[in-house]
Design a protein around this ligand. Structure first.
Ligand SMILES: [Ca+2]
Ligand SMILES: [Ca+2]
Ligand SMILES: [Ca+2]
Ligand SMILES: [Ca+2]
Length: 342
């Protein structure tokens, strides 16, 4: 029936009925104040070293990063965001074969406020908007160690990032970090202020191989520095975690996918413990040393990603059992600021 033939009362009743079927509007919760935090651990020769790094002023982690000293047989086992017992990141490195030297972790977590009020255009400086995924690849060869840097377009900076190794079982990730090549991977390299426009992934042959391989870096970039009237703000953040069950398969992949309509603005991954401590808890400190992360990154090549994907593998064959967890931090990326004057 054409609406022109419908009485105003009938139309109002139909609209009221339709409104009851609509889901409640999500609370306004924009993303603001992206703040990276860094810390470096005391050197040790423990075979497995794990640290937590907490967010503080900006309370919610978007991305977890970790750089290990450049020694053979050190690999990343966990670079995962968490939201319990304080928000932050768990960052873990492991000796895939015994290492005599002491070594340390440079830990990184990129934090943000994820329940900020809707900005006006004039107050939108600092809000996450214009989110965009950038990918970079290293050469495909058999170098022992290599790194690659993904660079955001002019005017955008990194809010999260990750990496992937494309190669055989002898390769593992050794650094996932914001910042460019050059400078020390440990210590003084962190930027003095906010997020950088670059994200770097590094990988290494754990055992020497003549196979060719490649490392990839992905940066999730956003406009954090200017005001904008565009309707491309991040809002309605939620988190999705996917887990691969404990077993001794040589390779595992876990993919955490955002709900329909949402896109990835962050994430992380970690190898899960395979055996239990005496008190029955299943802490990561009981995990095998023969497993390393080979992938923790947004899934996709350009535009925006809808999932965070993790991969891990046994660097040497082992009967130890282990699991794998990926977390995606998701948001709507189509929200407007309030127009001027409101
Ligand atoms: Ca050692
Ligand atoms: Ca080689
Ligand atoms: Ca080995
Ligand atoms: Ca196995």
């Amino acid at each position: 029936m054409p609406s022109s033939l419908m009485s105003p009362t009938r139309l109002a009743l139909l609209l009221a009925g339709a409104a009851l079927l609509l889901p409640a509007s999500p609370a306004v919760a924009y993303v603001n104040d992206v703040v990276p935090r860094f810390s470096t651990s005391e050197p040790s020769s423990e075979g497995r070293q794990g640290r937590n790094l907490f967010c503080n002023v900006s309370p919610d982690p978007l991305s977890a990063g970790l750089t290990l000293d450049q020694l053979p047989n050190l690999a990343i086992q966990g670079a995962q965001v968490f939201y319990s017992k304080g928000n932050g990141a768990v960052l873990t490195g492991v000796e895939t074969d015994p290492v005599e030297e002491t070594w340390s972790l440079r830990q990184e977590v990129i934090c943000a406020e994820t329940d900020a009020p809707q900005p006006t255009v004039a107050s939108s400086n600092g809000y996450v908007k214009g989110v965009q995924l950038v990918t970079a690849h290293s050469p495909l060869d058999s170098s022992t160690s290599k790194q690659v840097t993904a660079t955001c377009p002019a005017g955008k900076r990194v809010i999260a990032g990750g990496g992937d190794v494309d190669g055989t079982e002898d390769i593992a990730l050794t650094s996932l970090r914001q910042g460019g090549p050059g400078g020390s991977l440990l210590g003084a390299d962190p930027p003095a202020g906010g997020a950088t426009p670059t994200y770097t992934a590094r990988a290494r042959e754990m055992d020497a191989t003549s196979n060719t391989w490649q490392v990839e870096a992905k940066a999730i970039c956003a406009n954090l520095d200017t005001t904008s009237a565009a309707s491309d703000y991040a809002d309605a953040v939620n988190r999705v975690t996917a887990e691969q069950a404990i077993s001794s398969s040589a390779f595992k992949q876990a993919t955490a996918s955002c709900n329909p309509g949402q896109k990835v603005i962050g994430g992380g991954a970690q190898v899960l413990a395979g055996n239990q401590a005496a008190d029955g808890t299943q802490g990561v400190n009981q995990s095998t040393r023969d497993v390393a992360l080979t992938r923790s990154q947004p899934k996709g090549d350009s535009g925006n990603a809808q999932a965070w994907v993790a991969e891990a593998q046994e660097t040497d064959p082992t009967n130890d059992v282990w699991g794998l967890e990926a977390t995606a931090i998701c948001a709507a990326l189509d929200r407007p600021p309030l127009p001027e004057g409101d």
